[in-house]
Design a protein around this ligand. Structure first.
Ligand code: NI
Length: 228
């Protein structure tokens, strides 16, 4: 499931994040964090994790996604890989087709994270740069994603994906992975659809016996499928 999440960050948070990513922010070669196959495809810049800016930004992004109920329902997060930050511009413009490693070691939390879900939070407006689209191959073909600053996209960690070359301006984004309580994308999708439709049923008809019973079905499925 590919899911766009509008306004994950408030405009103030986008401004704070942008301030930390400009000026003398410590950008390094993105290849330092890419594994085997990915390293040959990657030409971008990444914010050094050994910086105060990175630590502040990580806290900002994690707080934002943790307060969002739709994010929670879609991702059912168990562990987070600490958010990273990247920049694409004409000098370091793209990240060709690749798959992310299945398990990655997070420097911030010192634990291994299975990359069930990938998340990108856009930090530049689409009009600020040309190119720089996120292309995700999924069951229904290739999806092209380029969202306003503060919006996020979730997609399965199993997907081949790429960032197309930036030919003008700078594309700033945060990206990270989530290990979900529910490993399989198909099961997460069923749970998400059930949860979102229950929400709408309740808005329309209130707390009916049917809504209560279906909520029980949701939780009993989650109980069967979740690893905590
Ligand atoms: Ni990737």
């Amino acid at each position: 499931m590919l899911l766009e999440l509008p306004d994950i960050l408030t405009p103030d948070e986008v401004r704070s994040a942008r301030a930390l990513l400009t000026g003398d922010a410590p950008w390094i070669d993105g290849r330092t964090s890419a594994g085997g196959q990915a390293v040959t495809q990657k030409k971008n810049r990444q914010l050094s994790q050994e910086s105060d800016a990175s630590r502040q930004l990580q806290a900002l992004v994690l707080a934002a996604v943790r307060r969002d109920p739709v994010f929670f329902s879609a991702a059912l997060p168990r562990r987070f890989y600490n958010p990273l930050f990247n920049r694409y511009d004409v000098e370091a413009p793209h990240y060709g087709p690749h798959v992310d490693g299945a398990v990655l070691h997070s420097a911030a939390t010192k634990e291994w994270v299975r990359t069930d879900i990938s998340c990108t939070v856009f930090l530049a407006e689409p009009g600020e740069y040309d190119g720089g689209e996120l292309l995700v191959q999924d069951t229904y073909g290739t999806q092209r994603v380029k969202l306003p600053a503060g919006h996020a996209v979730l997609y399965p960690g199993t997907s081949v994906h790429e960032v197309t070359p930036v030919t003008r301006g700078s594309r700033l984004a945060s990206f990270f992975w989530i290990e979900s309580m529910v490993r399989g994308d198909e099961r997460r999708r069923l749970l998400f659809d059930l949860d979102m439709n229950l929400l709408r049923l309740r808005e329309r008809h209130g707390e009916t016996p049917e809504a209560v019973a279906l909520t029980g079905v949701y939780h009993n499925l989650l109980r069967q499928w979740a690893d905590t």
